[in-house]
Design a protein around this ligand. Structure first.
Ligand code: NAG
Ligand code: NAG
Ligand code: NAG
Length: 309
């Protein structure tokens, strides 16, 4: 009887062991994805003629169909058509396509009303962020090479367009420039239960190239164009910021700091008008917070910040 029980235990262990081996050996089910530069066609283009009226800075904001409130808040705050120190700043939203005709029609209406949507017909899902970002680079390449700088950022960000413009003017670098929150020593996450899991099949190397956090990075428009140009000869990876890093490595362009002090905050940052006056970007900002922060910043006087800075 005891012997039989032991055999049963062994059998169970064997089954569990076999399952473990099976799950660790079988490749993660994913289809090879060959990136094509001409992936999809433009469905919406923004109302701007860069050759006639070149902006200094173009903000490319990744967005999804449901984030209407975020887009509206951005249009009223940092995405507003602005002139900073005589330089024009414009914001555009990057969108893909959904299967819902209602959502597609709503975005088409929004695009018509505000003239600030760049949309292509790839499937709008989180892990198509690389395609979304490259669509932005493609748009710069084809339609707005006259811009001086491009910033890629997200819809849940605060961006201090004034301070960014000031720092870019002070930096006085017009070509070959790439900056943001630098990530110089990052490694692929091999735990398949992590959101940012990357299989060895997708990325066989042990270390990522230098890149900047996808929450917000800034590049000169020639770099945007070159990133688009080399994108097809770089292995595709769904992590958008790493993919851009691979393109930069190929182009031998190294991301660099914009300021000796930290100005990009990929994590959240507690609001104070004085603090936000001298940062470029911070993450995890709701549309309501964004509107409130903006109002507070416009109301605050610079003199009050002297000691805090
Ligand atoms: C990304 O978009 C392409 C083109 O629409 C689609 O074939 C692919 O399945 C999408 N990727 C994901 C992860 O859904
Ligand atoms: C900016 O750089 C150019 C050369 O690249 C130089 O001629 C010019 O004086 C610089 N301007 C400032 C304000 O430093
Ligand atoms: C794109 O790459 C090709 C070679 O692959 C090169 O001839 C061309 O000048 C590049 N264009 C830009 C805008 O960098």
């Amino acid at each position: 009887m005891a012997f039989l029980k032991l055999r049963l235990v062994y059998a169970c262990l064997l089954v569990v062991g076999a399952l473990c081996v099976y799950f660790s050996m079988t490749p993660f089910p994913e289809e090879p994805f060959i990136f094509k530069k001409k992936h999809g066609k433009f469905l919406q283009l923004p109302a701007i003629d860069c050759s006639r009226n070149p902006p200094f800075l173009v903000l490319l904001v990744t967005s999804s169909h449901r984030q209407v409130a975020a887009r509206m808040a951005i249009r009223k705050t940092w995405g507003r058509e602005m002139t900073v120190r005589g330089r024009q700043v414009r914001a555009f939203f990057l969108l893909g396509a959904t299967a819902s005709p209602e959502q597609m029609a709503a975005v088409a209406r929004e695009s018509q009303q505000y003239g600030d949507v760049i949309q292509k017909d790839f499937k709008d899902v989180y892990f198509n962020l690389t395609l979304k970002t490259l669509m932005g680079m493609e748009w710069v390449h084809h339609f707005c090479l006259q811009a001086d700088f491009v910033m890629k950022t997200d819809s849940d960000m605060f961006v201090n367009v004034h301070y960014l413009t000031e720092l870019l003017l002070k930096k006085n670098r017009t070509t070959g420039f790439f900056t943001g929150y630098l990530k110089l020593n990052e490694f692929p996450i091999r735990n398949r239960f992590n959101k940012w899991f990357v299989s060895k099949y997708e990325y066989p190397w042990d270390k990522y190239p230098p890149f900047c956090s996808g929450t917000g990075y800034v590049l000169s428009s020639d770099v945007a164009s070159q990133v688009y140009n080399v994108s097809e000869s770089v292995p595709f990876i769904k992590l958008e910021d790493v993919f851009v890093g691979l393109c930069l490595a190929k182009l031998k362009i190294r991301p660099q700091e914009l300021h000796s002090r930290q100005t990009f905050f990929p994590e959240g940052l507690r609001f104070s008008a004085c603090r936000f006056r001298t940062i470029v970007a911070c993450h995890f900002v709701t549309p309501q917070e964004l509107l409130a922060y903006w109002q507070a910043l416009e109301g605050a006087r610079e003199e009050d910040c002297q000691t805090a800075a």
